[in-house]
Design a protein around this ligand. Sequence first.
Ligand code: CTP
Length: 436
Amino acid sequence: MSPFSSEKRKNPFQYCQGIDKSLTALMRKIGAAADRNGLQAFLIGGLVRDIFLARDLDLWDIDIVIDSDSASFARALARQFDAKVVIYKAFYTASLFVTRGRRIDLSTFRAETYARPGALPQVRKGDFLQDVQRRDFTINALAIALNKKCFGALIDPGQGYADLKQKRIRVFHDKSFCDDPTRILRAVRFEQRLNFRIERHTLQLLKAALKKRKETRVKAPRYFAEFKKILMEEDPLKPLRRLSHLGGLTFIHDPLQLDIRFIRKVYNHRALTGRWKGLVQPEQRWLFYFLAILKGMPERQVRAIVSRFQLSNEEKKAVLQSAGFSATVAYLNNIQLRPHQVYARLEQLTPVTVLFVRMATRRAVVIRHLERYLDQYRHVKLKVDGNDLKQMGIAAGPKIGVILKELLYEKIDHGLKRRSEEMKAVRKIMEGGKGL
Ligand code: CTP
């Protein structure tokens, strides 16, 4: 069935049965609970969009709007589903954590006003239309009725269905991007993800908002959070290229020249798909693209960029270490290096940095050192420990750590296999007074 057949439009959940029966069943339950509580409930947002596009559904994130107090309805549902509930009173929203990791966000119909361009919106209770119109794009504002009497009916005041059909990204009103400039990034992300086109007037508004972006008050971390979603897309290259053409990357640094070839190299690199892929969590993958964007910038600049965004300590470390990429490559570009010297240098780096250096260098000697580190050196573990050393008469204290490190280097260089060989090496280290 075509995703836009009239049948589907009449009853999206009917069609949805084939995709996920449990979603339909869950929606019916919520509809019935809404009837019992005498309120109206609608499924809205990205999930509805994706139902009509027959895309993989993100069932972790279900957005429902109601015409009444979301907190009391959330509590009623929590009792019914035996779920955990978190209420955000000031925002008129509540989150319900149901089985299988699903999260249902419930919100009372809301209206928003922006005191200044880019400021966080001031939220108040509103009606259905206001709730729909406050949203970013028409395709994200389709709603499906859940109450029994009209279960499955599509409510589409913004003509979002027609936009889905025409593959168009369109804003509701001319101030949309000024109110919330993070929508610039969202427009590009949805356009490229869905193979849509930002509609002409919307594109004009977007470009005008880009010119004024500096005058708005969007906090850098908020903007970056939306940018990170681009880097986390299945194919971040397309939106990055589009954003770069539009001049939408200057919030990172102005001017910023994207090295798309290098980013593509990172995207396709076997370090992310091959034998080392377990070294980095899938949710950290975006970081490689960010490092690729920053590659070649002076360390001072990178430091300034990083301080503006809210990165975790580990992420910050990876970014700053990767900015020192040339120094790492210069050190490793030496055939004479002993294995333990390679280990000692690379062990201080985050796994993301090590893999990034591997992706970014073409020098055979450096690649050889890096691959040996990844495949061999980092797996070397000692059979003896501090207790063994104490039993050999070494007093507890920092000395033990120094000897163990010395021993590990010895093992990395000479591949000591047996415990007895390690003990012998410890005696040798002590006799030589090395590290003591
Ligand atoms: N929304 C908005 N303006 C924003 C962010 C979100 O209007 N700056 C609205 C949109 O209606 C959107 C909904 O809030 O559909 C939920 O936002 P989010 O979960 O970020 O987006 P999804 O549309 O669910 O997209 P994705 O598929 O990427 O999760």
